[in-house]
Design a protein around this ligand. Structure first.
Ligand code: PEP
Length: 248
């Protein structure tokens, strides 16, 4: 069994002051555990403060929510994988549904970001998931596999072994409507089969994300093939995040 990965996506919340206060409170109440991995994805501007507030906690991983699809140059406002790595990030969310559907990120850009992240030794947390209309048309598998194949296509075997995959049905993100454990298990099985077909080792975890809360986290984590959780709203409050990371 893979040790669960619990990842907090803070989106556009928690500036440096709040992020530092959160981490100080969290570290005071969460002792390192070797049976799970906890990751934080603060905003880029809060990244340093969050990491500094958790100084000495090598058990916690810090990543960024996005990187540019370019290595360097005239791209005002962007952050590159190299800059994120230099700032201390070890992982990056790639292809989050808000990047895809709010900012119009394409599969080609997601592929480029995964390749740049891996080249700069940032582990890509590749997010895939279908929209509600796609699910209703029976296209879940087709959409998820298209996004997955695009994201991993350019990675070497060694880089693929560093991946984390997050299945996040778009209709479940921030809506309060989570997938059932059975819904999640069904898609995770499809993702795992494709990863195996692509030679990706079974040690690569597949997380579920979408309206995870302290009360549904244990059942979702117990679902077949669910190796962890990617959490937005419920990761913003210390109490609820402690409850989620303590699940199972
Ligand atoms: C997310 O941002 O990846 C997410 C799953 O959000 P929420 O938990 O709020 O649905």
């Amino acid at each position: 069994m893979r040790a669960p990965v619990l990842a907090a996506n803070w989106k556009l919340n928690h500036g440096p002051t709040e992020a530092a206060a959160f981490l100080r409170a969290f570290c005071g109440r969460y002792a390192p555990r070797d049976d799970r991995t906890v990751m934080f994805f603060p905003s880029a501007l809060a990244f340093a403060a969050a990491r500094e507030a958790a100084a000495g906690r090598a058990d916690l991983r810090f990543g960024v929510q996005n990187v540019a699809a370019h290595d360097r140059g005239a791209f005002t406002g962007e952050n590159s994988a190299a800059i994120a790595r230099d700032a201390g990030a070890t992982c990056v969310l790639v292809g989050h549904s808000e990047r895809r559907h709010v900012f119009g990120e394409t599969d080609a850009e997601t592929a480029e970001k995964c390749a740049l992240a891996a080249a700069h030794e940032l582990d890509p947390v590749l997010c895939v998931g279908e929209k509600l209309d796609e699910r209703e048309r029976g296209e879940t598998e087709r959409v998820v596999l298209r996004q997955l194949r695009a994201g991993i296509r350019r990675l070497t075997a060694q880089q693929r072994a560093r991946l984390v995959i997050a299945y996040e049905p778009v209709w479940a993100i921030g809506t309060g409507r989570n997938a059932t454990p059975a819904d999640a298990a069904a898609v995770h099985a499809v993702v795992r089969a494709e990863l195996r077909a692509e030679g990706v080792p079974d040690a690569v975890p597949i997380l579920y994300g979408g309206s995870v809360k302290p009360d549904n986290a244990p059942a979702l984590l117990a679902a077949d093939g669910v190796d962890g959780l990617l959490v937005g709203g419920a990761s913003l409050d210390v109490e609820s995040w402690l409850a989620v990371v303590g699940a199972r």
